[in-house]
Each structure stands twice: as C-alpha cells, then as structure tokens.
Design a protein around this ligand. Structure first.
Ligand code: AKG
Length: 249
C-alpha cells in the first residue's frame, strides 16, 4: 500500500479506492458476525440503532455496532487501517462509529445525494469513512457514486425524509452520473471517502446483496459545529419514527 499515493488521490478527489484492504476470509468472517449480531441482538437494540427496509424485515443499516458488540469494537483498531487514516485525517484517529449499509437483494433502497459532514458537523472536516466491501459491489447492486473534488465545500442540506438518511443536498448537483466515480469493488476492497465528498447510491435490483461495513474516523483535533448540528437535529426530528421500520442514523 502506497500511503503517499492514497493521500494524494484523497486530497485531490475526496475519495480513493484501496484494493484488498482486508482478505476475502476476513470479509466472510465479518459477514458471519453480522448474521450473528442480527440473529442475537436486533430484538434487544435501542430504536435508533438499526433501520429496516420497507419490507419490514430486511436490515438496511446497523448503527453504533461498536457500542453493542466486542467483535465490531475491535475492528476499529486494525493497524493497517489506522495507518492510512492517521495520514488522511491529519492527526490521531478517533473512531466515531462502526456501521453497515446492507443494501439487501431486491429490496435494498437508494441513498440520496449528501455530504456526511451535514450529519457529523465537524470543523475542520478532517473526518472520513472507510467503506469495506463484504460482497462484490457492482453498478447493478447499488455501488456508491461520488462527485470527485466536491469535498472542498459543505453545500446546503435539507431534510430528505428518507429513513436512515434524514438529510440530503438541498439542490441537485449538475454533474451527470456518467461523469461521477462509481465505486465498484471486489470483496475486501475499500473506499476511503472524505466527510464532504458528495455521494449517493441506487436501489439494489439484483438477487445479490451488497453489504458494506463502514468504519468512521475523525482526527482528535476536530470540533462539533453547533449551528450545523442544530440543522441536522431538526431534519432528524422530521422523520417520524415508526416502531418497525424507521430507525435513524
Ligand atoms: O453504502 C451506501 O449505499 C451509501 C453509503 C453512505 O451514504 C455513507 O457512507 O454515508
């Protein structure tokens, strides 16, 4: 892994693909642990810590895995990951969360255009997500699309009313999908994406799931911006929770 090259691409584009970040065997182990977690813990989780798809049973997201489970807590300490993250966040990495975007076969829903810092509210925006492929990620099963270079400014956001992604870009970006970077991946590959790069994903229309494990880090020096956080909390409050399906990020 050439960290200098990874950092160069990340600074310029706001997203960088890192092949084989974890092994295929490790990805299988994580898939098995997600299945165990859902089987054993979903029913006991507090409301905001998971989201189901519209069918009311397939898991869309698991949030804050590190607070509920030692296996997932340990994933944040992977030294290969920390080495890259320390360079990209310009400081000591602090894990903000371990989570999944499962995009299950046939029912996996879209994620609207957004910048993560509208949720994270960090200043300076030295924060990123390590998005690790647990299944092959293709155009058809809902790869994440990124607008390269869009990470330099935080754009206005507005409530999206989408369950699990309560806030999205207030106005569409004038960049056709054909010009966006499509994050297709093999199992074990990863995307490191900056907290201000614009991204989104389509529904999964295939019979193959597209599970992503996400580990979010910021530098220990970043601070929460109270104004940004107020706007986010307002958007979150607009998505009325339903006892089965609506659980928020
Ligand atoms: O996995 C996806 O489809 C979207 C991921 C995402 O929106 C995020 O990392 O903030």
């Amino acid at each position: 892994m050439d960290i200098t090259k990874i950092a160069e691409d990340f600074e310029r584009d706001g997203v960088v693909r890192v092949p084989r970040l974890i092994s295929v065997e490790k990805a299988q182990e994580i898939r098995d642990e997600i299945d165990r977690y859902v089987r054993e813990k979903l029913a006991t989780l507090p409301g905001p810590d998971y989201v189901l798809e519209k069918d009311g049973k397939s898991v869309r997201n698991l949030w804050r895995l590190e607070t509920h489970d030692a296996y997932f807590r340990a994933l944040q300490d992977n030294p290969d990951i920390l080495k890259i993250v320390a360079t990209l966040v310009h400081g000591e990495p602090v894990c903000q969360g371990v989570e999944t975007f499962n995009k299950p076969a046939r029912v996996g829903s879209a994620v609207p255009y957004h910048q993560d810092n509208a949720y994270f509210c960090q200043n300076p925006p030295h924060m990123l997500t390590v998005w690790i492929a647990l299944d092959p990620v293709t155009v058809a099963n809902g790869a994440v699309y990124y607008v390269k270079g869009s990470h330099r400014t935080l754009l206005p956001h507005a409530p999206s009313l989408v369950q699990g992604n309560s806030i999205g870009l207030a106005a569409p970006l004038d960049v056709p999908k054909s010009e966006q970077f499509c994050g297709t991946l093999n199992v074990g590959d990863a995307l490191f994406h900056h907290c201000q790069v614009v991204h989104h994903s389509d529904p999964n229309t295939t019979d193959q799931p597209r599970r992503g494990l996400l580990i979010v880090y910021h530098g220990s020096h970043t601070k929460t911006d109270p104004k940004l956080q107020e706007a986010y909390h307002k958007a979150l409050a607009l998505v009325t929770p339903d006892s089965h399906v609506l659980k928020q990020k």
